[in-house]
Design a protein around this ligand. Structure first.
Ligand code: NAP
Length: 313
């Protein structure tokens, strides 16, 4: 996965990891799209987006020359990378770890939903710079409905984590007026900050509670959707972030992690007979939303899903 000269860009956009240096001499003559991250070599976004673009090109030749690439951009290099991407005409950009919040002061415009989430994962080119959007909340909501048959509006949500992904999920839950939002996190300060920050987006019908992951607080819902937005489970030998065996009631579990495909939390949920799904569907739907923002066209979600499942193994 070495960096290659940009002339190779059209040949193998799924495998090649480009760098800031490649950007200075970028030569792809079609419409360039990209994901920026660090690390990014593992990203399956190029496979997903290029599969969708190939399908879209069958009905609209405009998309024949759209290609999606991946760039390894260390955190300090984002302020240099963004004007370069703009100068080279990159039309759409996805941002992943660690760029989703660092990009905020670099934007020309921000979508109100992304502003509420305090994070941006999608950029669309304007003449004056980039406009930022966040498609993670939409991706999560759509995935939960598709995989577990649950709408965020209809059940209490227990959200594990208080980082960037949890914040986007929490704002989405409030936007959809979920009846109860239970925020659980290890670090109490981060938990309190998240609870306080999102309180202003709460409608009258939603109740927000915060709890320590080790506790099972009084009044804990007996029928809820549990969403893991911690990074616990990314390593195959990670423990459960939350002990499900203490629960008595009806629960379903959505884990945002998709690699490994089954975390300890998911295994535990499955053993307890709870419906469960991993985060691959969220990745697919956030990607589909990004591509829809860029193209304005109908996006073949199935093509993205097939490519993602093929790459994720
Ligand atoms: P982040 O900002 O770094 O937040 C990490 C969270 O994990 C924090 O709440 C942190 O709690 C918690 N955590 C870390 N180690 C822990 C431990 N040992 N015990 C308990 N809690 C622990 O990361 P993020 O960007 O929000 O991402 C979170 C997860 O969501 C990652 O696994 C990421 O891959 C996944 N994600 C998936 C998608 C998708 O499309 N499927 C999209 C976005 C993110 P403290 O505050 O206590 O440190």
């Amino acid at each position: 996965m070495n960096s290659k000269p940009p002339t190779a860009a059209t040949q193998n956009p799924e495998q090649t990891v480009f760098t800031l240096e490649d950007l200075t001499t970028w030569k792809y003559e079609g419409v360039s799209l990209a994901v920026l991250g660090h690390p990014v070599a593992h990203s399956i976004s190029p496979a997903m987006h290029n599969a969708a673009l190939a399908k879209m090109a069958e009905v609209d030749p405009r998309f024949q020359r759209w290609r999606y690439f991946k760039f390894d951009i260390p955190p300090g290099d984002l302020p240099t990378a963004l004007p370069l991407l703009h100068r080279q005409g990159f039309y759409g950009v996805n941002l992943t770890i660690p760029h989703k919040t660092d990009v905020l002061p670099l934007l020309a415009k921000i979508d109100p939903e992304a502003e509420r989430m305090g994070a941006v994962n999608t950029l669309r080119r304007l003449e004056s710079g980039y406009e930022g959007f966040n498609s993670d909340g939409y991706g999560l909501s759509t995935a939960v409905t598709e995989e577990l048959g649950i709408r965020l509006a209809e059940k209490p949500v227990v959200l594990l984590g208080a980082g960037g992904a949890a914040r986007a999920a929490a704002v989405q839950c409030l936007t959809e007026s979920c009846p109860e939002l239970w925020l659980g996190n290890r670090n109490p300060d981060r938990l309190a900050t998240l609870r306080d920050d999102i309180a202003r987006f709460k409608g009258p019908s939603t109740r927000i509670e915060a709890f320590a992951l080790a506790d099972l607080p009084e009044g804990f819902p007996t029928d809820a959707l549990i969403i893991n937005a911690t990074s616990v489970g990314l390593h195959p030998d990670d423990p459960c972030p939350f002990d499900l065996t203490r629960l008595r009631g009806t629960y379903a579990v959505y884990d945002m992690i998709y690699n490994p495909p089954e975390t300890a939390l998911m295994k535990s949920a499955r053993r307890l007979g709870m419906p469960v799904a991993n985060g691959l569907s969220m990745l697919v739907h956030q990607g589909a939303r990004s591509l829809q923002i860029w193209s304005g066209a109908t996006v073949p979600v199935n093509a993205m899903s097939q490519a993602a499942r093929h790459r994720a193994g």
